[in-house]
Design a protein around this ligand. Structure first.
Ligand SMILES: *[C@@H]1O[C@H](CO)[C@@H](O)[C@H](O)[C@H]1NC(C)=O
Ligand SMILES: *[C@@H]1O[C@H](CO)[C@@H](O)[C@H](O)[C@H]1NC(C)=O
Length: 441
């Protein structure tokens, strides 16, 4: 068996009458095999090995009696029980075991000190396997967060010597010495953005200085706490919609949609009419502040207004709230809801019978409030009368003229019916009857 003992450090001999004292110091690593020889006391003290049994060479029972034994046949001091340095001694300072060895005839008492040396027999460990750290999104780079340290009962180089942090973009590790302990701190390097990454998973590794070194891991989860740093965003900058006039109350005009990347109330959206919207418009349209639906709330008349421009605001419920705007353009589509109107300006109700062909009897103007084809009007006259409508230079203005010389003795009175029809689908018409007397000449 190979002795692991260190060389004899010193030996002192004192003689007081028959008492002989000596002090020897050995050292041994902890955790060596039971039976390992630490040193040979007899040899180191110069005792005659052959007399040891007769002289009852032994260890005097004491506190650490069970840990070591001497062999009376050769004087060797050997390990009798497993030596666990961390169990026998404090973390700090040397771990020394004092033994008293006696031999009789003559009586000799020897003091032997065994130093138990630390070996890297412990793995560092964290009290927990994972740790959640919550950091506000607004936190400035440079902020420090204390992390749990790892413990390792070994001493000196065999205890925790350093920490490592897994590769990442946002954090560094800083180690601070607090007395005997090294305390790891997480240091923020760059601004956190919850909308980009909510959780950051890191691994903190504690390493001792043994060879080979032993390590332990702690899973760190960094949860980024939301800050109201995002505005709502509308799905469109401008919503353009068409709405028929006369649409029923409650008809959905459009549904706006704004989204906000923030969390909780910071991302909850409320809609409202923005800025200087006039009260007339507010009577015609309603807005659901929660769902963003715009509905018809009054009589929509194309002839009164053919387009509405509403500014709508979306606001989140953060403190302070953040807002955004959009525009809704509602184009009203005409419906053929207006009949043509005929206006007759009679020059005279009496026409002399010798009037020339082409004599103007009346001026007719037709109007239709609708637009496009709905407002385009075509006029016609009763058939088989000696009159016709001649378009004038102005649109929708006609002259009623004679197509031949009239003869009172044949027909003295005409009822002329004028029909004005628009080109809507379905078309709307108006009639007007003119009474013309032919006067005798
Ligand atoms: C972030 O972590 C929390 C708590 O650990 C968990 O509830 C959540 O689902 C995680 N979110 C993401 C996006 O991973
Ligand atoms: C720690 O993280 C590693 C890798 O991300 C994973 O495999 C392991 O399960 C985690 N351990 C615990 C206790 O969450």
């Amino acid at each position: 068996m190979v002795s692991l003992s260190h060389p004899l450090l010193f030996s002192l001999l004192f003689c007081f009458g028959e008492l002989i004292f000596a002090q020897i110091k050995y050292s041994t690593p902890e955790e060596v095999k039971v039976g390992t020889i630490i040193g040979n006391i007899a040899k180191d003290l110069g005792l005659d090995v052959s007399t040891l049994i007769n002289r009852r060479f032994r260890i005097v029972p004491g506190a650490h009696v069970a840990l070591f034994e001497v062999n009376p046949n050769n004087g060797a001091l050997y390990v009798h029980k497993t030596l666990d340095r961390e169990q026998l001694c404090d973390i700090n300072g040397a771990c020394l075991m004092d033994l008293k060895i006696v031999a009789e005839n003559p009586l000799e008492i020897h003091y032997v000190t065994v130093e138990i040396m630390d070996t890297n027999d412990h793995i560092p460990s964290f009290a927990e396997k994972e740790k959640l750290i919550e950091i506000a999104e607004t936190t400035m780079p440079g902020a420090r967060f204390q992390l749990p340290g790892a413990r390792d009962p070994d001493v000196g180089i065999n205890s925790v010597q350093r920490y490592k942090l897994s590769q990442n973009d946002h954090f560094n590790l800083e180690i601070r010495d607090r007395g005997e302990d090294k305390i790891p701190f997480l240091v923020l390097q760059r601004h956190l953005d919850r909308e980009q990454k909510t959780n950051h998973s890191l691994i903190l590794t504690a390493l001792d200085g043994g060879t080979p070194s032993k390590s332990a891991n702690l899973n760190l989860t960094i949860k980024v706490l939301d800050n109201n740093d995002n505005r709502p965003v509308f799905s469109k900058e401008v919503y353009s919609v068409a709405l028929e006039e006369n649409s029923a109350l409650g008809t959905i005009v459009t549904k706006l949609q704004a989204t906000d990347l923030d969390e909780g109330i910071n991302g909850e959206i409320e809609y409202s009419f923005g800025g200087d919207i006039n009260s007339k418009v507010l009577q015609l349209f309603s807005l659901d502040k929660n769902v963003g639906e715009i509905r018809v709330n009054g009589q929509i008349d194309y002839e009164t207004a053919d387009v509405f421009k509403l500014d709508i605001q979306a606001s989140d419920k953060g403190q302070p709230p953040m807002t955004t705007d959009c525009r809704v353009i509602i184009k009203i589509q005409d419906v053929n809801d207006n009949k043509p109107e005929i206006e007759v300006t009679s020059l005279s109700s009496m026409v002399p019978e010798d009037s020339k062909q082409g004599t103007v009897i009346s001026l007719i103007s037709v109007t239709d409030m609708d637009s496009g084809l709905n407002g385009k009007v075509i006029c016609s006259l009763t058939e088989n009368v000696p009159f016709e409508l001649k378009p004038s230079f102005k649109e929708n203005m006609y002259s009623l003229v004679t197509t031949e010389t009239l003869d009172r003795e044949t027909v003295s009175h005409y009822d002329i019916s004028i029909t004005a029809t628009d080109c809507g689908q379905p078309a709307l018409s108006t009639f007007k009857t003119l009474s013309v007397q032919v006067s005798d000449v």
